[in-house]
Design a protein around this ligand. Structure first.
Ligand code: DON
Length: 580
């Protein structure tokens, strides 16, 4: 397998650092701002807005809108996401903006069945696969309630780049090649994102004037600039003309929901702040961290540590079927996070053998009423955002609405399309996550903070069902006092209960370690590709220093800087093309 790292070695661990001016160290304020995003142009857009006097929330708008342009495969106006916010102040406040897409009001339980059989193609490709977008509403909410700048300023970099174009990079080519057939099947997507019906070459310029106009309407008119008027009309009629089921009412009634983040006390005065339902990710992280606290993972050698991590993931993923959109189904969060239950789950871990799924202690008794992008940004006042944004598969449904430049998500596949089957990530279906009109599909996206009196940290990644595992492994690097570059680069492995398989990246384990794992009873599978694209931040409160790191598996760029300091690059990536 060729890893992303091998193919673009010059971008490895790209870090842009601007010299720190002497600043008063204070536990309330970092002495610099920091951004870690999966694309250098998005990092530059965030920096531009911070330098222009915006706060972390304005920068989050700039980064999200720019990612919608330069990562049409990862996130965008046709998709949704979750924004975890930290508002500096006394006391610090945390908010969770749920901008998850919603099932159209005309959705039906068996809308993806034909002749009695669920058809994955229908929930993954084309307009029927698309749920109602939430990202545009989230940007408006961020600007109106949290930011300092109007959208016309914070979205300006994205609009500029959509008009001027950006250069195709290695990641773009890879994602486009995965989705080539589906992209070819949609004329508008093929026109915008392919060249001569093929994957464009490195360095080709992708211009998106229609998207620029869509972004401009949003920046100019706010919510009305997307959810009514010209954009809404084009969206609804474009989707319907192609066989979809959207209507205006879907757009009128779409709301971002401000939810209370999942908060979970950890040892050593640390607190996990993460995604609540409709994400199952925060709960899995809380369960996993609690169980690991009872286990000697830190002092264990590599295979033993992996064994503990895999066994806690097995148990956490088992409980995923209990969760769904909290506006539709009750979610037994207190039950699965109850210490007695978690002690029992931990007690069932054999330190030397894989636990067969069928002998796990029962889940809490409960009547039942799973390509993407992540960035993290911190300003020098202590406001912060960790945001995971998604279209689901790369290039979403591959359906671009004519005239808008907006490529739609295929998030409908995150529902239990077939409650007895599984979705594209092999996640098993459940009653709690069946399709219902206006409902949000269950997600694994887990933007997260861990905060203590000593430090503030932010985590997040794409990766479908593997998101909680990727975030957990990064958190363990932090809890084990490893440097931030290690949080993003450490080798990855994953277990999701069903299938009962331990997946690992090439090179994550030596042959000897693999046979040790096999002897413990694991079925092992090397993944065809590396997974995840983690973007992390660390603010040490004792000296006010901040650090950031972008996953070396991607082409992301992290930056730490004082927004008011003159540009002074102390280290850049070796390949100038990765600089904004
Ligand atoms: O919400 C979810 O869990 C998925 N739609 C996320 C998809 C994803 O991360 C794909 N990335 N590789």
């Amino acid at each position: 397998m060729t890893s992303m790292l091998e193919r673009i070695p010059s971008l490895f661990g790209a870090v842009l650092s601007l010299s720190a001016l002497s600043a008063q160290a204070s536990p309330d304020h970092p002495d610099q701002a920091a951004i870690a995003s999966p694309h250098p142009i998005a990092t530059a857009a965030g920096r531009e807005i911070l330098v222009d006097g915006g706060n972390a929330f304005d920068a989050a708008i700039a980064i999200s809108a720019t990612l919608a342009v330069v990562e049409p495969y990862g996130s965008g106006m046709g998709g949704g996401g979750f924004f975890l916010l930290r508002q500096a102040g006394e006391p610090v406040q945390y908010q969770f903006l749920d901008a998850r897409e919603k099932a159209p009001l005309k959705s039906k339980l068996k809308m993806f069945y034909r002749h009695g059989v669920a058809q994955p193609d229908l929930s993954l490709n084309g307009p029927l696969a698309a749920a109602i977008p939430g990202l545009p509403a989230a940007l408006v909410e961020l600007a109106e309630r949290y930011g300092r700048l109007p959208l016309s300023i914070s979205m300006a970099p994205a609009i500029r780049i959509a008009y001027r174009g950006f250069k195709v990079d290695e990641v773009y080519r890879e994602r486009a090649s995965w989705r080539l057939f589906a992209l070819r099947a949609n004329k508008e997507s093929a026109r915008l994102f392919l060249r001569n019906n093929d994957v464009p070459d490195i360095g080709e310029i992708i211009k998106q004037p229609e998207l620029a106009q869509t972004l401009d309407r949003l920046a100019d008119k706010g919510r009305a600039g997307f959810y009514s008027g010209l954009t809404a009309q084009a969206m609804v009629s474009g989707v319907r003309a192609a066989g979809g089921i959207w209507n205006y009412h879907d757009f009128e009634e779409y709301e971002v929901i401000t939810r209370t983040p999942l908060r979970f006390q950890l040892a050593d005065q640390r607190e996990l702040i993460s995604a609540p339902p409709p994400s199952a990710g925060g709960i899995a992280l809380a369960q996993s961290l609690f169980m690991l606290q009872q286990l000697p993972w830190r002092e264990s050698e590599k295979v033993q540590r992996a064994h503990y991590v895999v066994e806690v993931l097995r148990r956490a993923f088992r409980d995923r079927v209990l969760f769904g959109d909290p506006d539709f189904v009750p979610n037994p969060i207190a039950q699965v996070l109850a210490p007695d239950y978690l002690f029992e789950l931990t007690g069932s871990i054999d330190p030397h053998r894989a636990t067969p799924n069928n002998i796990l202690p029962p889940a809490p008794r409960w009547r039942e009423g799973d390509n993407t992008s992540h960035f993290s940004v911190l300003d020098n006042e202590g406001n912060a955002v960790a945001a995971t944004l998604s279209l689901n598969l790369p290039f979403g449904s591959t359906f671009t609405v004519p005239g808008t430049g907006v490529i739609l998500n295929d998030e409908m596949d995150d529902f239990a399309v077939d409650p007895k089957g599984s979705n594209t990530y092999g996640l098993v279906g459940s009653q709690a996550n069946i399709i219902e009109p206006g409902k949000r599909p269950l997600s694994s996206m887990s933007p997260s903070f861990i905060e203590s009196p000593q430090a503030f940290t932010a985590f997040g990644t794409p990766g479908g069902s593997r998101i909680p595992s990727v975030v957990l492994l990064s958190m363990l690097q932090y809890l084990d006092d490893q440097p931030v570059t290690q949080w993003t680069s450490a080798p990855r492995y994953h277990h999701q209960y069903i299938p009962d398989v331990l997946e690992y990246e090439a090179g994550a384990f030596t042959e000897e370690e693999l046979s040790d794992l096999r002897e413990r009873g694991y079925r092992l599978r090397e993944t065809k590709r590396d997974f995840g694209n983690q973007q992390v931040l660390l603010w040490r409160k004792n000296n006010a220093k901040v650090e950031a790191a972008s996953d070396p598996r991607g082409i992301g760029l992290s930056a730490t800087f004082r927004p008011d300091a003159p540009l002074n690059l102390v280290r850049t990536c070796t390949d100038q093309s990765c600089l904004p």
